[in-house]
Design a protein around this ligand. Structure first.
Ligand code: HEC
Length: 181
């Protein structure tokens, strides 16, 4: 019952926000509805299964160059960490007294790496890399972790096909089960 109420409240507030956007434009002459192109610019989420990964590809070799120029100052030349997180190593340490959390030891899905880098890195210039270079640095970080070979070239299909070492290290928690009424 309480959950049902929550859904009703969420729906009502979603409708209210929609209404507010339309009303602000019509009644007060401020703001306007976002265009499909503007929404597309923000709508860059990649599914963990690789859904929505863009065209393009990048090699480990190219990624090493980009990483050295744009990432190593914070993450270290081989991803060992610095101002920014350590990105490589630590596999098998999560259940130990000194867990080392990296892309290789912790992250369950490789497409998330593309999404995160494209969205947030380099931290001093987010969204400045083109898609090919995001594939390339993703490939380089995965190669530092021994997950792809040094001659790998990654694109939407091959990135989505990677099985990360910690894929099964997460237990899904079904609460709250909003479908069960
Ligand atoms: C100016 C410093 C800086 C630069 C340059 C930088 N990063 Fe980062 N990076 C960070 C910091 C700080 C974090 C942690 C951010 C947080 O947790 O909110 C981070 C986090 C990350 C993570 C997530 C690590 C994890 O396990 O949570 C990845 C992956 C990453 N960076 C990749 C890159 C790549 C690839 C580049 C180059 C294209 C790059 N970074 C450039 C500072 C930097």
């Amino acid at each position: 019952m309480a959950r049902l109420d929550l859904k009703a409240v969420l729906l009502a507030s979603a409708l209210a926000m929609l209404g507010a956007a339309v009303n602000a434009e019509e009644r007060y002459g401020i703001g306007r509805a976002a265009t499909p192109a503007e929404i597309a610019g923000w709508n860059i989420d990649i599914g963990r299964d690789g859904a929505n990964l863009p065209p393009g590809s990048g090699s480990v070799a190219r990624g090493r160059v980009v990483f050295s120029e744009q990432c190593a100052s914070c993450h270290g030349e081989s991803g060992q960490g610095g101002v920014g997180d350590r990105l490589a190593g630590g596999q098998g340490t999560l259940a130990s007294p000194k867990p080392i959390r990296t892309v290789g030891s912790y992250w369950p899905y490789a497409p998330t790496l593309f999404d995160y880098i494209r969205r947030a890195m380099p931290q001093n210039a987010p969204q400045s890399l083109d898609n090919a270079d995001v594939y390339a640095v993703s490939a380089y970080i995965l190669s530092l972790n021994g997950i792809v070979p040094e001659n790998a070239v990654l694109d939407a299909t091959s990135l989505a096909a990677i099985r990360m070492p910690n894929r099964d290290g997460f237990i899904s928690d079904p609460r709250p089960d909003v479908h069960n009424h």
